[in-house]
Design a binder for this molecule. Structure first.
Ligand SMILES: Nc1ncnc2c1ncn2[C@@H]1O[C@H](COP(=O)(O)OP(=O)(O)OP(=O)(O)O)[C@@H](O)[C@H]1O
Ligand SMILES: [Mg+2]
Length: 280
């Protein structure tokens, strides 16, 4: 078996509440495995423990019990984070720096410099679609642009694992579409992605596997298509079918003890309609 990109075993995090007797259990006895090359979605309602789990995996918060590893290395070790890029829930950037300066700053923090850094910055600005806005200060960036510069920042040192906390929250449909396309693109380049989200339709589109957290505990986990498949139903999409043909199919189904339970026009998604209608 290959080494997992992320392994979480028996993870529990209890936050004491100062001046109170009770405490908050943010994560309960969590086991999780993220395989190399997959996009894993940690889903759950507000306060279910998604961000806390991500922060423990990244070694930013210490667990009360349990272990987390990145590519086989304990999260508490600095080396575990060498090949990891992180986009936090509410990233903070210096608003007086331009997009380009921001990436230069983070690149230098990662020990990059000179022509290699310049090339990497150009490559990343192009990848996240911010080449035109490279000389603009971040104070003038939209929420979508900030998320994209955040993604570029997380990618600066060619990480093997990318951890994204709510990457499309607060971003409009076009911006969020771009971010999702980018995540898919990264997956094709072999980068493992662990993301958290409560935007289910979006997660459904990009995740290979998901885990659902409720009140700190993992209540479902698995391959997305298996989790959401309805075992005894099959969809058939036909083009140019006449009413007669459809009736014949229904008749055929009935004769073999199957049943057509729904017959409707194929639809596009509201997102596609919205993007089409608001396209500049
Ligand atoms: N530093 C902290 N001190 C005390 N309690 C905390 C701390 N961080 C998180 N919590 C609590 O732990 C629980 C889980 O929080 P967490 O931020 O992990 O949830 P989440 O799933 O990321 O939520 P959201 O969707 O709102 O981002 C919440 O009840 C939260 O109030
Ligand atoms: Mg969160």
């Amino acid at each position: 078996m290959t080494e997992p990109a992320i392994a979480v075993r028996g993870l529990t995090k209890i936050f004491p509440v100062p001046f109170h007797r009770q405490s908050i259990t943010a994560v309960r006895d969590l086991d999780l495995r993220v395989e190399p090359g997959e996009v894993f979605g940690l889903l759950g309602p507000n306060g279910s423990g998604k961000s806390t789990t991500l922060k423990i995996i990244l070694g930013l918060v210490s667990p009360t019990r349990g272990r987390t590893e990145i590519f086989g290395r304990d999260s508490r070790l600095v080396e575990s984070r060498v090949a990891v890029g992180f986009l936090p829930e509410n990233p903070y950037f210096y608003k007086y720096l331009t997009g380009e300066e921001t990436l230069r700053f983070f690149g230098r923090l990662c020990g990059l410099g000179g022509a290699r850094l310049r090339e990497r910055i150009n490559e990343l600005l192009d990848l996240v679609g911010l080449t035109k806005a490279r000389k603009q200060r971040l104070g003038t960036y939209s929420k979508g642009m900030l998320q994209r510069i955040g993604l570029a920042q997380a990618l600066i040192h060619h990480p093997k694992l990318l951890v994204l906390d709510e990457p499309t929250a607060g971003v409009d449909p076009a911006g969020s579409r771009e971010i999702r396309d980018l995540i898919r693109d990264l997956r094709h380049r072999g980068i493992t992605v662990l993301l958290s989200s409560h935007l289910l339709a979006q997660a459904q589109e990009i995740c290979d596997r998901v885990g659902i957290l409720a009140d700190g505990a993992l209540v479902r986990e698995g391959r997305l298509e298996e989790l959401i498949a309805i075992e005894n139903q099959t969809e058939l999409v036909l083009e140019n079918a006449s009413g007669t043909l459809l009736n014949e199919i229904e008749g055929l189904a009935a004769r073999s003890n199957a049943r057509v339970i729904e017959r409707r026009k194929s639809t596009t998604t509201l997102e596609r309609l919205f993007l089409e209608a608001t396209k500049k």
